[in-house]
Design a protein around this ligand. Sequence first.
Ligand SMILES: NC(=O)c1ccc[n+]([C@@H]2O[C@H](COP(=O)([O-])OP(=O)(O)OC[C@H]3O[C@@H](n4cnc5c(N)ncnc54)[C@H](O)[C@@H]3O)[C@@H](O)[C@H]2O)c1
Length: 272
Amino acid sequence: MGVTKYDFKGDVAVVTGAASGIGRCVALAFADAGADVAVCDFSEKGEETAKLCAEKGVKAKFYKMDVTDNDNVIAVRDQVVKDFGKVTCLHSNAGISQTVMGPPLDAIPDDVWEKVFAVNLFGTVKVCRAFAEPMKAANFGKIVITASVAAFQQSVLMPVYNCSKIAALSFMTTLCKELGNYNINVNAINPGYVNTPIYSGGGAMLVKEKVPALQKLETSEQVVKAIASGSALHRPQTVEDMANGVLFLCSDTSKEISGVYLNIDSGAICRV
Ligand SMILES: NC(=O)c1ccc[n+]([C@@H]2O[C@H](COP(=O)([O-])OP(=O)(O)OC[C@H]3O[C@@H](n4cnc5c(N)ncnc54)[C@H](O)[C@@H]3O)[C@@H](O)[C@H]2O)c1
């Protein structure tokens, strides 16, 4: 199943972490729906995402952006506004996982905590803060951040990542209250388990090493499938599932929804 058709003609969507995985699919979905797209990432692969978006007949441009560098984020914001004239949708999605897993807690060095928080929390703050400005001036905007179901998991494996994502959700609710005064909706998606480069680039192997039940598995796809089998629907999700959630939260269909997180996790953390 693909991405649901929405009409975003006349919109300008900014997507961070758009060089691969979920962010690339969201950028392409916005382009498919007619939005012009500012593709932001610190990886040069963002150039390819912008090219793929432009092939769909919209204006698309790659901006090299490190979300941990405030001056860089502001400079990109200014250039995007110059190039596109406005920003109507922001998907703050860039994120990283831990490069050292627990337990034990004291085996995880401070620099791992600092690096993950620099991207997943402070990067989200810097990006949302910067791109909220043109939205405030226009008295209109839609912001979606990518958090994670990990925000609700008390796992000894990934305490750093879990903490960074619950903190990002808390920031989302604060931002929702403040930006509501400017007619800006702020929400989050919580992906469950999607076999993107965050897993295939080494994350799956780090998890596998720590979980005896996973050790016979060979590929990241197998690892993600095994982890996701514990969800209510017993299956992993796709990048298209995430794009559907983001476009829904940026669309007029959800105009009275603000301050919520959408778990797109096949029921992994279903609860009241
Ligand atoms: N894949 C999953 O199962 C899953 C589950 C829950 C949450 N998430 C979250 O989804 C988001 C997207 O991840 P993904 O799964 O598509 O993985 P991914 O690795 O394919 O995408 C992450 C992107 O962020 C970019 N990035 C990392 N640090 C950056 C920085 N400092 N500045 C700019 N860009 C930076 C990377 O270059 C990459 O393109 C992340 O926030 C991740 O935490 C993913």
